[in-house]
Write a protein that binds this ligand. Structure first.
Ligand SMILES: [Zn+2]
Length: 502
């Protein structure tokens, strides 16, 4: 066949595929069918096709994510790779390493299998794809091949699923047309997450213009209604704080670990608009509820930051440290956390940061998050957030707070604003407030010991050593300025709430 003829037949084929299967307004770059059989549920069979060859680059490389968030050797799960051209003629390829293949020429069709056993590492269970006898989580970041697009465009895809009988599927991705239960239009393959399985309960919660689908699987000490109500309250709180919704649809999945887990163990991940939480029970119901509230306060924050910011690079110190701090503050604001616990957590973080023998700046530490710098990023990042909050409250005499910083960052860098490097984008915004400049220099860009005595004093908080640990306490005698500022941090919040409910 001449080159021209081949081109025509290829175009015709793509045209047929598009008209047959796609109702989308924006063109899909790839299409794939994902098949899971009940006989062998952990083996996933995937058949895909490149629909838009013009958007893709180097279509001779067929490769998969090798590691994610500290989980290694993901490529080893890929087998039975079969690549072919537009006429379904086989194309030879070389296996370079596990999960990385080089074809002799550009391919159009790609079939392969993934063995998605439950990972042995608990942290991996919320971060990579796996399937057990009753449930599974499919994360396209590791399940689908990594294609390069021109201009680094996101890969849009049309994906259909064939699941064992009786299994359900849920996702924040859009369903493709009416009456197509198991077909979705995925807007960004890298971020897409699908939950599959049976025996789960779900509810759709509407907050503002946003819909949250909340799935709970496994028996819990608390009722489903209690969990749904929490998500509603927390999402509503952040919606007010940020001033705009992050996504039209978000998905929350709360499940039991697919393996035996000790009391209190949990792992969570928020990717795109999907929150995955695996959590074992605590000894008492009140503790389990407290724990869930804590998880939701932190993970729901991530729907806005970093997930809906168009920022790149490792600026984890900001979106983890500041999320941790805001989650704490939210806990006090909605009366789930005592102000004493708020202070205790800050004191513990200060203790962790002071003990670091090798101090590095937050920006340095963020480059190394999955190699041991994690605790430091969380502890020091949270302290930096607290100091920013305190500095802004102090400079504005209580009129502004960290919420104004969040709003400004969200407004400036939310999708679809142009992409910026995260560290410089965030520090540029912090820099606009004079009172934050010393914090950036000393603690964010610098590796100095955190000296917070003057700030604490200004707010009427004293620190004392008890059993070799720093304890923070509100002073017995407070002046009016201190009372006002402490109230802005959430002190006396329970009193205000109980008065207003009378
Ligand atoms: Zn986080």
């Amino acid at each position: 066949m001449s080159k021209e003829n081949r081109l025509i037949s290829f175009t015709a084929l793509v045209f047929v595929l598009i008209t047959q299967f796609s109702y989308a307004l924006s063109a899909q770059i790839i299409e794939a069918k994902i098949k899971i059989e009940s006989k062998t549920p952990t083996v996933i069979e995937i058949q895909g096709v490149n629909l838009d060859a013009d958007s893709l680059q180097n279509v001779k490389n067929f490769s998969f994510t090798q590691s994610y968030a500290g989980v290694e050797n993901l490529g080893e799960r890929v087998s039975d790779v079969d690549l072919s051209d537009e006429n379904k003629r086989k194309i030879e390829y070389k296996k370079l390493i596990a999960g990385e293949f080089l074809a002799e020429k550009p391919f159009v069709f790609w079939n392969y299998k993934v063995k998605a056993d439950v990972p042995t590492n608990y942290a991996a269970m919320s971060r990579v794809s796996w399937i057990s006898a009753e449930q599974g989580i499919l994360m396209f970041g590791d399940l689908l091949p990594q294609f390069n697009t021109k201009n680094n465009a996101k890969i849009r895809a049309k994906i259909s699923f064939e699941l064992p009988k009786g299994w359900k599927i849920a996702s924040s991705e859009k369903k493709s047309g009416e009456n197509t239960e198991n077909t979705f239009e995925v807007s960004d393959v890298e971020k897409a997450v699908f939950y599959i399985g049976k025996n789960w309960r779900e509810r759709e919660i509407s907050v503002g213009n946003s819909k949250i689908n909340f799935i709970i699987s496994g028996e819990r000490q608390f009722s489903d209604a209690e969990a749904f109500q929490m998500a509603d309250e927390i999402f509503g709180f952040y919606l007010k704080m940020f001033g705009a919704i992050p996504n039209q649809k978000a998905q929350i999945f709360l499940g039991k670990f697919p393996a035996e887990a000790t009391f209190g163990r949990w792992e969570a991940e928020t990717r795109g608009a999907s929150i995955t939480i695996f959590s074992a029970e605590m000894p008492f119901k009140t503790q389990s509820l407290q724990r869930l509230h804590e998880q939701l306060r932190h993970e729901i924050f991530h729907l806005w930051m970093p997930n809906n910011l168009n920022l790149s690079g490792n600026y984890d110190w900001f979106y983890e440290g500041f999320a941790l701090y805001q989650a704490l503050k939210t806990g006090v604001a909605v009366n789930r956390l005592r102000f004493e616990d708020f202070l205790d957590t800050l004191a513990r973080a200060h203790g962790i940061d002071s003990l670091q023998s090798q101090k590095v700046s937050l920006i340095e530490a963020s480059k190394n998050r999955w190699n041991g710098a994690n605790t430091q990023i969380y502890a020091r990042g949270m302290l930096a957030a607290f100091l920013c909050d305190v500095a802004v409250l102090r400079a504005s005499k209580g009129k502004n707070s960290i919420a104004d910083i969040f709003q400004q960052i969200y407004r400036t860098h939310r999708q679809p604003n142009p992409q910026r490097e995260g560290n410089s984008a965030i520090t540029d915004i912090l820099q606009t407030r004079e009172e934050l400049r010393p914090i950036i220099e000393k603690y964010i860009k610098g590796a100095e010991n955190i000296a917070w005595q003057t700030d604490l004093e200004w707010f009427g908080i004293e620190s004392a050593e008890e059993n070799f640990q720093t304890k923070l306490k509100v002073k017995a005698k407070l002046n009016n300025r201190q009372k006002d500022l402490l109230d802005k941090l959430g002190y006396n919040n329970w009193r205000k709430l109980s008065e207003s409910s009378r």
